[in-house]
Design a protein around this ligand. Structure first.
Ligand code: GN1
Ligand code: MG
Length: 382
């Protein structure tokens, strides 16, 4: 059986994996299976099964995408500090393996292939439920609980101890500045998407791009630990209880605002269509899902979130959604250097989906605010 599955990797890849796994203290004879896993767009991931005296154990080997994550050592430092903090509190998180003491490495939890300048890490496979798609509004309650619990667990962690591994990740105004520059440098490409460019350049929108980061800089909203990829498939769901018990994919864990997580979770999960949808008539912002997300989030965050943060929640939903229009469109105009594309025009299509979502958010602005106000009252009345 194992041999068949091994064929999913090339023989060179396998030889390399054996060497890497050695560095983590795993012996050849113990490895029974290696197979690629589908997980995220950015890193390459493999599930490794080993035979131990206690039976079969699954591990995950991951190659970090250094094109996106340019500071893998600092990134790993962030993740280890955060996972240790969560573990000390008895929470569920990723458990990384250290490389052997004799293995030269810039970080105990990284194996570095010096020739390829490739960074690998190994962690325990988490036996839990992960859902790829939102199939009911209740899934958004799970997301709300997941991101809320994660933030609450880290609310006493000093955010300044973490490095901003992708600087200005959710600084929408800076993203917009970059986009304007890309447009200036690529006038021909701009002809393919003038309507979308005009949408982003509308003065009533432009004047709002700085809202969240300004509030953060002024201390109106708090600097906390943000996960920065709060999708349903990154929430660890307990298989027995169905409850959100933690989060995976910690590469973008950085100092930031919890509102980015709330806004991004709404952007992704309250869209009635996928990010890759071609039929724009399917795209809309679901208030029903949003109610569930908000309920889960505020139930978890009730004792740690401030009134000021609550007052920016609706803005965060809009902000994170339009930020991704900016990012996808910027990438399309620049020739797809960041997100990549299976065909040219794909990032423009992605931008259009997010733009339709922003329009739907703008149309339902009063309802969105009402949901937040009602839910905040409800959780406080309990
Ligand atoms: C990227 O690869 P994935 O899907 O986990 C991006 C997110 C975007 C998302 C949009 C580090 O995340 O910010 O919202 O694509 N992550 C990074 O699909 O840029
Ligand atoms: Mg991710």
């Amino acid at each position: 059986m194992a041999q068949e599955l091994f064929t999913a990797c090339s023989s060179e890849e396998l030889a390399q994996f054996y060497q890497i796994l050695h560095s983590f203290g795993i012996k050849d004879g113990h490895i029974v299976d290696v197979k690629p896993m589908k997980s995220g767009r950015l890193n390459k991931t493999f599930k490794i099964t080993i035979n131990t005296p206690d039976g079969f154990v699954s591990l995950v080997l991951q190659l970090i995408n250094t094109k996106v994550f340019k500071q893998p050592v600092q990134l790993m430092n962030n993740i280890i500090q955060v996972t240790k903090h969560i573990q000390q509190k008895g929470g569920t998180t990723i458990n990384f393996h250290a490389v052997g003491e004799s293995v030269p490495s810039p970080h105990r939890y990284l194996y570095v292939d010096e020739m390829e300048k490739a960074y690998y890490r190994l962690y325990d496979f988490i036996n839990a439920t992960f859902k790829n798609e939102v199939t009911s509004p209740y899934d958004m309650y799970t997301v709300g609980r997941g991101i809320g619990e994660f933030s609450k667990m880290l609310s006493d962690f000093d955010a300044s101890k973490l490095v901003e591994t992708i600087p200005d990740f959710h600084d929408t105004a800076k993203r917009y500045e970059h986009f304007v520059k890309t447009c200036e440098e690529n006038p021909e490409r701009c002809k393919t998407c003038q309507e979308e460019i005009n949408f982003l350049n509308a003065p009533e929108r432009v004047q709002k791009y700085g809202l969240l980061m300004e509030a953060l800089a002024l201390g109106i909203i708090l600097l906390r630990i943000a996960h920065n990829d709060p999708k349903l498939n990154n929430i660890i769901i307990c298989t027995e209880t169905g409850e959100a018990i933690g989060m995976i994919d910690l590469d973008t864990v950085m100092p930031g605002t919890v509102l980015s997580d709330f806004g991004d979770a709404a952007r992704f999960g309250c869209n009635t269509a996928s990010e890759e949808e071609k039929d724009l008539s399917k795209v809309s912002f679901s208030i029903e899902r949003f109610k569930e997300l908000t309920r889960g989030f505020l139930e978890s965050m009730k004792d740690v979130i401030t009134e000021e943060e609550v007052s920016y929640m609706a803005d965060a939903v809009w902000m994170l959604s339009i930020e991704l229009v900016i990012r996808f469109l910027d990438d399309h105009i620049a020739g797809n250097p960041y997100f990549g594309a299976d065909y040219d025009g794909q990032n423009l299509e992605r931008a259009r989906v997010q733009m339709k979502l922003v329009q739907s958010i703008e149309e339902q602005w009063d309802e969105i605010n009402q949901v937040i106000m009602n839910t905040w009252e409800e959780v406080n009345a309990k």
